[in-house]
Write a protein that binds this ligand. Structure first.
Ligand SMILES: *Cc1c(COP(=O)(O)O)cnc(C)c1O
Length: 350
């Protein structure tokens, strides 16, 4: 498919303070916009990032046909621009699309389009240690129609944000036993907008009570660990790496998948199995749970210091340099930056 390029006449890059980037507030000069109608992708354009005009009856605003992805691009030690496993994001995007009755986006638009976009905006990929370009592909229904049915027209867009290093101090998280994120048969495995809308209220309650995030539990019994806001959760229990199995309530994270692969390559026992809150709390108390962390694109690894459950805070041991979560973070970070060989074929060069 021919990509039409309409370059900006005035770059905004000089207005951005690359030494003080906050997450998701600066936008690179260009975006890719693809239009779907009459059962096919009609056009792909790269144009200046800017406002789009829509009708108040645009269907995605009313009925939630809206999905997204998140991945990161880096400037490698040799100066090349490279992205971490974007083929995985494309696969997941198309799974989300299927669940939401939206058209698949072909790799010629998603990946080849991304390559063209990143070439044009390569100056926006920060070179500074710890910084990266956050890449946000998304798709939404654009029919002007008031009726609950799949839209006939869609837009697929990719825009990019230069972002600073995402240091998270060890998190305080609370086990959520009233609200749910996803139920069996639902849309929890899809990165669709509504999942995040529904998470705001319970998360806000936890923040009011002094926590950073919540641990979602299973919808049916509230007894098993599912995941956190935009991260999968992992625990080191008796030296084994334990995480919830993917299914229709868990988002199949690319970071999760990568961490599990590295653990296996290092000869660590990996268990994808339900972990009950009871086992978790007892394990923290007895000392067999030695690490707890979130895994997701934004932070890669977000260590958890404290888990609140039924009004009591349980504390994980202080982090040590030879913790699995520290070592696996370093491994992924070095692969992303091209500091060590990419033995698993995870790097996609622009
Ligand atoms: C995006 C996301 C993740 C993490 O996925 P990555 O591909 O590792 O970024 C985990 N859980 C939820 C709910 C998410 O939306």
């Amino acid at each position: 498919m021919q990509i039409q390029i309409q370059p900006t006449s005035s770059s905004r890059i000089d207005q951005v303070d690359f030494d003080n980037l906050t997450f998701g507030r600066s936008f690179a000069d260009h975006m890719l916009v693809a239009e779907y109608a009459d059962g096919a992708w009609q056009s792909v354009t790269i144009q200046p990032y800017g406002p789009l005009a829509y009708q108040p009856a645009m269907m995605s605003l009313h009925y939630g046909q809206s999905i997204f992805e998140g991945m990161k691009g880096y400037r490698s030690v040799s100066g090349d621009i490279q992205v971490f496993r974007p083929e995985e994001n494309l696969k997941r995007f198309n799974k989300s699309a299927l669940r939401m009755c939206m058209p698949e986006v072909p790799k010629e638009i998603f990946l080849d389009g991304l390559r063209t976009l990143l070439k044009l905006d390569q100056a926006w990929v920060p070179a500074k240690e710890g910084c990266s370009l956050y890449i946000r592909p998304f798709m939404f229904a654009t029919d002007e129609y008031v009726g609950v049915t799949p839209s006939n027209t869609y837009k697929f867009i990719i825009f990019n944000c230069p972002v600073g290093s995402y240091y998270t101090k060890p998190l305080r998280v609370r086990v959520e036993t009233e609200f749910i994120r996803a139920a069996k048969g639902g849309v929890g495995f899809a990165k669709n907008a509504g999942n995040y809308g529904g998470s705001l209220f319970p998360t806000q309650n936890a923040i009011k009570d002094g926590y950073d995030q919540i641990i979602w539990t299973d919808a049916a019994t509230h007894q098993f660990v599912e995941e956190a806001g935009t991260m999968n959760l992992m625990f080191v229990v008796n030296g084994s790496l334990v995480t919830a199995p993917t299914g229709d309530t868990i988002l199949d994270g690319v970071t999760r998948k990568s961490v599990l692969q590295i653990a296996k390559d290092w000869g660590m026992d990996v268990q994808e199995r339900p972990l009950s809150i009871k086992e978790l709390i007892q394990g923290i108390q007895s000392g067999v749970v030695t690490e707890a962390f979130g895994a997701g694109t934004a932070a890669v690894i977000a260590p958890i210091a404290t888990i609140g459950f039924e009004g009591i805070d349980y504390h994980l041991p202080a982090r040590k340099d030879d913790d699995f979560s520290v070592k696996v973070y370093n491994e992924i970070n070095q692969i992303r930056l091209g500091q060590i060989p990419d033995a698993r074929g995870w790097i996609w060069k622009v």
